[in-house]
Design a protein around this ligand. Structure first.
Ligand code: DGT
Ligand code: CA
Ligand code: CA
Ligand code: ZN
Length: 577
């Protein structure tokens, strides 16, 4: 069983326990799920090496859970889970994925109306049967139908972060074959789109049949759609299709360019080729029948009179005109970040201690990290009040004394109340290094009210960063209704930075908003929103998102050394006025 499957199982256990109104256990299981999900080593390896004792070294895993993991590894099953499932035999994960449907509603819906899966729910909602349930009502019924509709739209696509690790692993395996010389993942994955439909892998080889034999016999393969010498198409057990194409070395660059897309970018390139009396296709760039470029992408762009266009911005959104004039932005790089600015710890709903987060941040080459646990308005996470925050600050001061070449910043993810005030007093906010503010409640306010609420919070002189500005969760929750132009204007006016939350199902801001913010000269930060040490690596998805929004290194303030970064924050600017 893979780590992600194990994590899903525990997450389901958490949902069942929440259904039963268990107070603390659900969060414990959720934390373990987080920890397993992005654990680099397969948990089966951890177990093989160290047994139950080894498992207990995984953050959040105590004796009881370690034994459950052992049971799963040994028997492929978990009795505890099966018992829970027997009591309420429903697709709890599918149902709770619908916005507004929590585990407790699932129980009521099952007991009163026999709802077992999403299709049942859709049927009875359409039949108008939900409105009569106690605590549901007609508004809830509409909301459920809307939620189901939203899920359907996104189905068939995968959040990049949920599939990239596996595809990268497959890429590495292919690269390791003696028969393969080049491999690269093209398509929307190379462009680092937020969600991807399938994976498109290209390779060069003298012995394609060997490569294809290997490809179709990988353990993750569920189905082979078609197998040939130049193209093989499979479906993985996670439901995603993967195409592998073997091309010649002479046309590798042309194929890479073609299969990276986007389609619109390709069409625009082909038009430029035509204007020059040339022909561009996946085999190369030709004058008549004579190839003039094709081995690399660089030589193709050059022959077309364009500077090289990074894959993340190949969307025909002005990049070709900019490349023609040599005015492409110098995009922020994957190695440019020096600090992480949104992280949660065991002080609230994170899975790891401050010390563990520091260790991982250091390992990844960062120089500073802000600890931004939740505040009291988010009671379910055990959010801090003023007293707890002050205690954590003292703790961080102590930790900093023992650190060399690395700094922990005192921060918080402060709730924006319904009326735009913050849920922590100003005199305490003033003592924090980094104040992130965020909407975590009342998601359904009318546009004007929501906009005014956030604008008011941004006007607080202690508020440094607006976290996940639109509140969307990819494939799960729509952004709240807010006037982003007004938010961007206010950011510029007040000096508040806007966050690019790198957590793979948030990626909030999204590309078009980033681009507007950059054009307006607004400060940006990229952070991981880590709830466990394994999430700090998600920063790369935030960088990808920033690049898709044409952000340069200069636009992202946590690319700067600590002192300079701190000087860029609004609080510092306000204090020096
Ligand atoms: P996805 O898979 O939906 O996330 O998006 P892509 O961009 O990976 O699309 P996919 O897998 O259908 O095709 C891969 C690339 O191949 C695409 O980005 C551009 C190229 N391509 C596919 N079909 C066409 C086409 O009809 N015309 C042109 N010019 N290019 C195409
Ligand atoms: Ca694709
Ligand atoms: Ca494809
Ligand atoms: Zn959070």
């Amino acid at each position: 069983m893979r780590n992600t499957e194990l994590a899903q199982l525990f997450r389901e256990v958490a949902l069942y326990l929440e259904m039963q109104d268990e107070p603390f256990k659900p969060r414990a299981y959720e934390k373990v799920a987080y920890a397993l999900e992005a654990l680099e080593e397969p948990v089966t390896e951890v177990y093989k090496r160290g047994g139950v004792k080894g498992l207990r070294e995984i953050p959040g895993v105590g004796q009881a859970i370690a034994e459950k993991i052992e049971e799963i590894i040994q028997t492929g099953k978990l009795r505890y889970y099966e018992e829970l499932k027997r009591e309420v035999p429903v697709d709890v994960r599918g149902l709770t994925a619908i916005e507004g449907v929590g585990p407790k509603s699932v129980k009521v819906l099952y007991e009163k109306l026999g709802v077992k899966e999403v299709s049942d729910l859709e049927q009875i909602a359409r039949a108008g049967k939900i409105r009569n349930l106690p605590h549901f009502g007609e508004k809830m019924e509409q909301k459920i139908l809307k939620g189901i509709e939203f899920l359907k739209q996104g189905s068939g696509r995968f959040p990049l972060g949920s599939v990239l690790p596996l595809i990268t692993e497959i890429e590495t395996r292919l690269r390791g074959l003696a028969e393969v010389s080049d491999v690269v993942v093209a398509g929307s994955m190379r462009r680092r789109k937020e969600t991807v439909g399938d994976a498109d892998i290209l390779a060069t080889s003298q012995r394609p049949e060997k490569v294809m034999d290997f490809f179709v016999s990988m353990p993750e393969v569920m189905h082979v759609h078609g197998k040939g010498q130049t193209k093989t198409m499979i479906k993985l057990k996670n439901g995603m299709d993967v195409d592998l194409r073997v091309v010649t070395r002479e046309s590798f660059g042309a194929a890479l360019n073609y299969f990276t897309g986007s389609k619109d970018h390709n069409v625009a390139l082909r038009r430029i080729a035509q204007e020059k009396g040339l022909k561009l296709n996946e085999y190369g760039l030709f004058r008549g029948s004579k190839p003039i470029a094709g081995k690399t992408e660089e030589e193709i762009y050059k022959a077309l009179g364009l500077s090289f266009i990074p894959p993340e911005i190949r969307e025909d959104q002005g990049e070709i005109e900019a490349a023609k004039k040599g005015e492409l932005p110098d995009l922020v790089g994957y190695q440019d970040l020096r600090g992480d600015l949104q992280t949660q710890t065991t002080w609230t709903d994170g899975a790891n201690s401050i010390e563990e987060m520091i260790e991982e941040a250091k390992r990844l080459g960062l120089e500073y990290i802000a600890i931004t646990d939740h505040t009291k308005g988010l009671a379910m996470t055990g959010g801090s009040d003023e007293k707890k925050l002050l205690k954590q600050m003292a703790e961080i001061d102590k930790i900093n004394q023992s650190l060399k070449g690395f700094t922990v910043l005192k921060g918080a993810e402060v709730n924006i109340n319904k009326d735009g005030t913050l849920d922590i007093k100003d005199e305490v906010l003033a003592q924090l290094d980094v104040v992130g503010i965020a909407v975590h409640s009342h998601f359904n306010l009318p546009r004007r009210e929501m906009t005014e609420r956030i604008v008011k919070a941004m006007r607080n002189s202690h508020a440094d960063i607006l976290f996940h500005p639109t509140g969307r969760v990819i494939q799960k929750r729509e952004p709240y209704d807010v006037d982003m132009d007004a938010i961007i204007r206010t950011a510029k006016e007040t000096g508040t930075a806007l966050e690019i939350d790198a957590y793979p199902d948030r990626l909030d801001l999204k590309d078009e908003h980033i681009r507007k913010a950059v054009e307006a000269g607004v400060k940006l930060v990229i952070d991981s929103d880590a709830h466990s040490v394994n999430h700090i690596r998600f920063l790369e998805f935030g960088v990808a998102q920033a690049r898709r929004g044409w952000a340069g290194k200069k636009d992202v303030i946590n690319t700067r050394p600590l002192k300079e970064f701190l000087r860029c924050l609004k609080q510092a600017t306000a204090a020096n006025k």
